[in-house]
Write a protein that binds this ligand. Structure first.
Ligand code: HEM
Length: 149
């Protein structure tokens, strides 16, 4: 397998790490926000791991963007428009939201407000990522919702 194949499989599989961490971090943040709980070291660590996992996915994605044949077709075709513009744009916004949410939460003193910042920013990022994966399946019939390529 060449570098492109390795990175494609890594990027394809790593999404599950990002998604699982994101979902658990959001559940934990919602429980902390709505249940008015303290902000523990465990909470902080999970949020940082989620951030790191998203940044790793971003880096693999950036390299893939230049190696992949999917980003080299005409933008007029929905398939290529998705891979050239929509995937990268939506996913970068999602990673920025995770980054901003984490740093906002770090700066806030109040524990409940810390949880709230994570819940809102990570929550919007999750909606964008899931939305983009649904768009992927719609625009590229060769992809499936839960497949790893
Ligand atoms: C959290 C962020 C991201 C997630 C969850 C994600 C998820 C995915 C998924 C599920 C695929 C399809 C893999 C398959 O068919 O098995 C994919 C492909 C791809 N992603 Fe991402 N992605 C993210 C960020 C990015 C970013 C930021 C870029 C570009 C800078 C990028 C570039 C690509 C490219 C070029 C492909 C197509 C690879 C190919 O089939 O040739 N991704 N991504």
């Amino acid at each position: 397998m060449n570098l492109y194949g390795i990175l494609k499989s890594a990027h394809s599989g790593w999404r599950y790490i990002v998604l699982i961490l994101l979902v658990v971090a959001i559940i934990q943040a919602l429980a902390g926000w709505l249940g008015k709980k303290g902000y523990t070291e465990g909470n902080r660590k999970l949020n940082v791991f989620t951030l790191i996992s998203a940044h790793i996915q971003l880096l693999i994605g950036l390299v893939l963007y230049f190696l992949s044949p999917m980003t080299k077709g005409p933008t007029s075709e929905p398939l290529f428009r998705y891979w050239k513009m929509e995937h990268i744009a939506i996913m970068i916004v999602a990673v920025v939201l995770i980054t901003v949410g984490n740093s906002k939460s770090k700066k806030i003193k109040d524990a409940v407000a810390k949880h709230k910042a994570i819940a809102i920013f990570f929550g919007i990022a999750l909606i964008l990522i899931i939305g983009s994966i649904f768009m992927m399946v719609k625009n590229d019939p060769s992809r499936t919702l839960f497949g790893i390529s």
